[in-house]
Design a protein around this ligand. Structure first.
Ligand code: ADP
Ligand code: 5GP
Length: 209
């Protein structure tokens, strides 16, 4: 093989290797997604979090541009009309959307992208990105979920009741996910998630050797 061919092969290999993975994490509200996502982002420096846009009001210490982009209903609807969202959904009476431009840019640049979205959003993303790696986080029980929502101290009784009702519906759809992780002991759930992600990194590396 001449020198140019070897160089091209190396470049192609590099391009394939450098495409990122899309990881989707879903869970009933209060099951620990935010906590687990933070742990993954600390661990994997090449992974970026897709900050969603939402019409809901900030909760507790949430910051605009960090936890969510908090936008008006009008701007959200504009986003729908201009095809800004890779997916969007109404959850608990508020609207949430994922920026298509953000995730496409990150994946092309070789970053892994972490999405924390609901079940409806996952179904929609899978239509466009069928290779996404989907993980459903389960609470150990609904009683534990209720206790975590209460202890978080950011939602009133009505909101907690709404979130628990929705949790039952979401758990019923967990089988559409490739992986299910129970978040009972935090450290064990993190270890399990890390090993799932590392498995995909290893497979991608082997495929392109
Ligand atoms: P979500 O993002 O799914 O709504 P959070 O990450 O905000 O959930 O977690 C809800 C509450 O439960 C928080 O107070 C968090 O500190 C707590 N928590 C998360 N994981 C665990 C766990 N494995 N054991 C005990 N408490 C947990
Ligand atoms: P919370 O209001 O508790 O932050 O989130 C409520 C639900 O909305 C969670 O299940 C969360 O995963 C989901 N969610 C957050 N961002 C998005 C998004 O961009 N799209 C969709 N479909 N769901 C989202």
């Amino acid at each position: 093989m001449d020198e140019q061919k070897i160089k091209n092969k190396k470049l192609i290999k590099k391009r394939f290797c450098s495409k990122g993975h899309l990881f989707i994490i879903s869970a009933p509200s209060g099951a620990g997604k935010t906590t687990l996502c933070k742990a993954l982002l600390d661990r994997f420096k090449n992974m970026v979090y897709s900050v969603s846009h939402t019409t809901r009001k900030p909760r507790g210490r949430e910051q605009n541009g960090v936890d969510y982009y908090f936008i008006s209903q009008e701007d959200f609807e504009k986003g729908i009309r201009s095809c800004k969202w890779a997916e969007w959904a109404e959850v608990h009476g508020n609207f949430y959307g994922t920026s298509a431009k953000f995730i496409n840019n990150c994946l092309t640049c070789g970053n892994d992208v972490l999405l924390d979205i609901d079940v409806q959003g996952t179904i929609r993303i899978l239509k466009q990105y069928p290779d996404s790696i989907t993980v459903f986080i389960m609470p150990p029980s609904l009683d534990t979920l209720r206790a975590r929502l209460k202890s978080r101290g950011t939602d009133n009784r009505d909101v907690i009741a709404k979130r628990l009702a929705n949790a039952r519906k979401e758990i019923a759809k967990k089988d559409i996910y490739r992986h299910v992780v129970v978040n009972d002991r935090l450290s064990e759930a993190i270890t399990e998630l890390v090993s799932i992600i590392e498995k995909y990194h290893k497979n991608a590396h082997l495929q392109h050797l």
